[in-house]
Write a protein of this length. Structure first.
Length: 134
């Protein structure tokens, strides 16, 4: 819980460095995937197994079952995938967690182009889009 509070505070009162967080829907998500923009699924393993994932997603849990995050470890994984200049997509179950993470990366760390899937994997599935097993 302490980590969530820290992240919320950082995302609310972070530095004035502004990235470009763009909230996107399923149609925009499909277009970005076609353009080769990497998609990062920040849910937990059991969530991936329950619903499947968007094909070619990078699986990088941010919050554990207790709502805690190992921010340092997660950022190390992110650095292997994208620099602060590279665009990437964040997806979770409903968009709540990606909103928190996107704002943190934007306001505190200065990532330049973050796409936030606002309705998450649930809307993706609801609209009949395919998922694959993780």
């Amino acid at each position: 819980m302490k980590n969530i509070i820290i992240i919320l505070l950082l995302s609310t009162y972070g530095t004035l460095v502004q990235a470009d967080v763009t909230k996107i829907d399923n149609k925009q998500l499909m277009s970005l995937i076609e353009d080769g923009v990497p998609i990062i699924d920040i849910r937990r393993k059991e969530e991936w197994q329950q619903t499947g994932i968007v094909k070619d997603s990078f699986l990088m849990t941010f919050f554990n079952k207790d709502g805690k995050a190992d921010v340092t470890q997660w950022l190390q994984k992110l650095d292997l995938l994208a620099s602060k200049e590279d665009p990437f997509i964040l997806i979770c179950r409903t968009g709540r967690r990606t909103g928190i993470v996107a704002n943190f990366l934007d306001k505190k760390l200065g990532y330049k182009k973050i796409y936030d899937v606002t309705d998450g994997i649930t809307e993706w599935i609801k609209k009949g889009h395919p998922t694959v097993k993780p």
